[in-house]
Design a protein around this ligand. Structure first.
Ligand SMILES: [Fe+2]
Ligand SMILES: [Fe+2]
Length: 425
């Protein structure tokens, strides 16, 4: 570590220690790769000097595009992100290797003009006041009026799902009421990866599914309705305050978890891979409610998690009395989502109770993979330790995960494009 005057800091340098304000409040965690926003903030706090990593930075700092500096910064970021994983677990070396390769790729791609901070480097804004007493999860949901009643199209689709006598035409009719939802679903089922998976699982799958009726026949009415259920509620969660987590970054984490959960469920030969996809998509949805309705608590929780190197869901439990998974489960319960979906969301961080191990274990592993690989972020800096009960219940080996990960990564890019077609994949 070397100490540098704040005026000598450059984008791309990595903090070798936590940075506190002169008043002793937590500002940025060790391991943060500095970008222009961080530099401004450090200057604004008028700090004398801070510790940054590496002898190589002692003299003139190398540009971010320098191979060695990029590799060192990526290594530090990945080591910090994965620091809670059990070093003895068979998955840990694999995740470290693949996460590092991904991090280097991302940093090289971003080292153009203005360096964009990777998702994990967003520091929470300092909040000066202590959090006020916490409302109950019920109150939080009641205070968000548009969450009280889900969109109308959702109600039609969930009716179809609940009625065992419903037909594929009923499913198509329920979705057709919302043209933008129908368009999103068609893009989703037309992605090459989805088509390949469906061909493997259900045999014949046409190269292009051009109408909703055809999509229903090909994918299956209930499966398409399940996908529609998840996709139909996404517009409700598009206004996250940007200083917390950028919306695209949050959805990238959610979609990453969704594609990983679907791939794991398919690899295990489980029925209902679409349900795993939707559960992955919505697994952290309670956190959006918390960012909006309990921002002071979340600021404190994020500071505590970053400073104490603990998973954010544990800091939430300490400060709120419950976590985002419980809140998300409650929301899905209120909306009468199918029970298996609700359970996968509610228990994705709570795998020690043998009763709940099976289905939530898929989302738990998928979340671990998405966070470890740096696919977006939902406010969490550190990958939580993988539950041994969840890992054992799935019966997978590290080599299975290694085989699945490249496909998940490709599907993530495709699916992000189908949800956000106007943006660059
Ligand atoms: Fe979570
Ligand atoms: Fe997550």
């Amino acid at each position: 570590m070397v100490r540098r005057n704040v005026s000598e800091l450059r984008a791309g340098m990595v903090l070798a220690e936590d940075v506190l304000t002169p008043g002793g409040r937590f500002l940025m965690p060790k391991g943060t790769t500095l970008d222009h926003g961080h530099l401004k903030s450090l200057l604004a706090w008028n700090l004398p000097d801070v510790g940054v990593m590496g002898e190589v930075l002692a003299d003139a700092p190398p540009p971010v595009s320098d191979e060695a500096a990029v590799a060192a910064a990526a290594e530090a970021a990945v080591a910090e992100r994965l620091c809670l994983l059990d070093p003895e677990h068979p998955l840990t070396p694999l995740l470290h290797r693949l996460a590092l390769a991904g991090e280097i790729r991302r940093r090289k791609a971003a080292s153009g003009d203005a360096p964009a901070a990777p998702p994990h480097d967003h520091a929470p804004r300092p909040v000066e006041d202590a959090p006020p007493p916490m409302a109950s999860p019920d109150m939080l949901l009641r205070d968000e009026p548009k969450l009280v009643s889900p969109p109308e199209v959702y109600l039609r689709i969930s009716e179809v799902l609940r009625d065992p006598a419903s037909t594929v035409e009923d499913a198509a009719a329920s979705i057709r009421h919302d043209p933008s939802l129908a368009a999103k679903l068609l893009r989703l089922v037309n992605s090459p990866f989805y088509a390949r998976t469906m061909r493997a699982v259900r045999g014949r799958f046409p190269s292009k599914v051009d109408s909703l009726s055809r999509a229903v026949v090909v994918v299956g009415g209930r499966q398409l309705a399940t996908l529609a259920l998840g996709v139909s509620v996404l517009p409700l969660f598009q206004d996250i305050p940007p200083h917390w987590v950028n919306m695209r970054v949050f959805w990238e984490h959610s979609v990453g978890c969704a594609v990983a959960a679907q791939a794991i469920a398919s690899a295990l030969g489980r029925e209902g891979a679409e349900a795993a996809f939707v559960a992955g998509l919505l697994h952290d949805i309670g956190r959006i409610v918390l960012f909006k309705q309990a921002s002071a608590h979340m600021a404190a929780a994020m500071r505590r998690a970053a400073a104490g190197r603990e998973p954010l869901y544990l800091a939430e439990r300490e400060l709120l009395g419950f976590d985002h998974a419980a809140l998300g489960g409650l929301l899905l319960q209120k909306w009468q989502f199918p029970a298996n979906l609700e359970k996968m969301v509610r228990y994705h961080h709570d795998l020690d109770e043998p009763l709940f191990v099976e289905e939530p274990a898929i989302v738990h592993l998928a979340d671990c993979l998405a966070t470890a690989m740096g696919w977006g972020a939902s406010g969490n800096r550190h990958v939580a330790r993988l539950s041994p009960a969840a890992w054992d219940s799935l019966g997978l080996g590290a080599e299975d995960v290694a085989r699945l990960l490249p496909g998940m990564e490709a599907r993530l890019a495709e699916t992000m494009h189908s949800f956000f077609p106007d943006r660059q994949p």
